[in-house]
Ligand binder design. Structure first.
Ligand SMILES: Nc1ncnc2c1ncn2[C@@H]1O[C@H](COP(=O)(O)OP(=O)(O)OP(=O)(O)O)[C@@H](O)[C@H]1O
Length: 245
């Protein structure tokens, strides 16, 4: 895989003691693609994210981020990643801008460059007019948008989001999902979006279905669902996997 390309996961496995959470998982996401990683609770999505972000180390398998081998070039690989974790990690007592400034400093951005990137990232997520507000005064949707803007500060090639709409109402979920689809299209950003909700997947998205630690399907959402709606297709693909166990 060459420099600047998307994400590649090859033959990745992970166990918690005797419990196998991921078994020989392989898939790749082309640069600029939105890939939905769809799986029910316990499928292994968070485990995969922990491996992709270097929180856990894989004993078997390879991960390449924007062309960098995570095991051999962790700094370069991690620098190419923007991450939005499932649990919010904002300082409620600071303003949006202060939170962004703090994170910019952690990323090594300072001065005018940091100010410019904070402005641009907030603009992209339509949050620029909230910059002076305390985070605790924002609703859940705006907090999430802010976290996405924050993950974009260092201009990552790849954005990972682990169930980023958990706890949000339907219209807020739709707005955030649409925002990130737009980012992928307009910025050439590679996106891996983990979810268990089929309505967050668009027909033209790449869809990877993970169930009980294995990949059950990988293709364009429209192709995988065929004439069915995605909910039916998802149930069929995950039920088919159960029968073999
Ligand atoms: N720290 C742990 N110790 C033991 N087993 C774990 C641990 N974390 C996860 N597991 C198990 O590994 C499997 C995959 O869990 P994981 O959290 O990665 O799935 P998930 O798809 O993210 O699910 P959810 O949507 O519920 O977060 C599950 O069977 C889970 O019970």
């Amino acid at each position: 895989m060459s420099l600047g390309t998307g994400l590649m996961v090859e033959d990745l496995s992970h166990s918690y003691g005797a419990r196998k959470a991921l078994s020989n998982v392989s898939f790749s996401v082309e640069r600029g693609c939105f890939c939905a990683l769809l799986g029910p609770n316990g499928a292994g999505k968070s485990t995969l994210f922990s491996l992709l972000t270097g929180l856990f180390t894989s004993k078997s398998g390879d991960i390449h981020v924007a062309g960098f081998d995570l095991a051999k070039k962790p700094r370069s690989a991690l620098a190419a990643l923007g991450v939005v974790f499932q649990q919010p990690t904002l300082d409620m007592h600071l303003s949006v801008h202060q939170n962004m400034r703090y994170y910019a400093a952690l990323q090594g951005l300072s001065g005018k460059h940091a100010t410019r990137r904070i402005g641009e990232a907030l603009e992209q997520l339509e949050m620029a007019d909230r910059a002076g507000e305390k985070v605790r005064a924002l609703n859940g949707g705006h907090r999430r948008r802010m976290e996405i803007a924050r993950a974009m500060l260092h201009e990552p090639a790849i954005l990972l989001l682990d169930e980023p709409t958990v706890g949000l109402d339907t219209s807020t979920r739709q707005a955030i999902t649409a925002h990130v689809h737009k980012l992928a299209r307009s910025e050439g950003l590679t996106v891996l979006w983990a979810t268990h909700l089929v309505d967050e997947v668009e027909d033209e998205d790449q869809l990877v279905i993970l169930h009980k630690g294995t990949i059950r399907a990988d293709g364009t959402a429209a192709t995988l669902r065929g004439a069915r709606n995605l909910g039916e297709a998802f149930l069929a693909l995950t039920a088919a996997g159960n029968e073999t166990e």
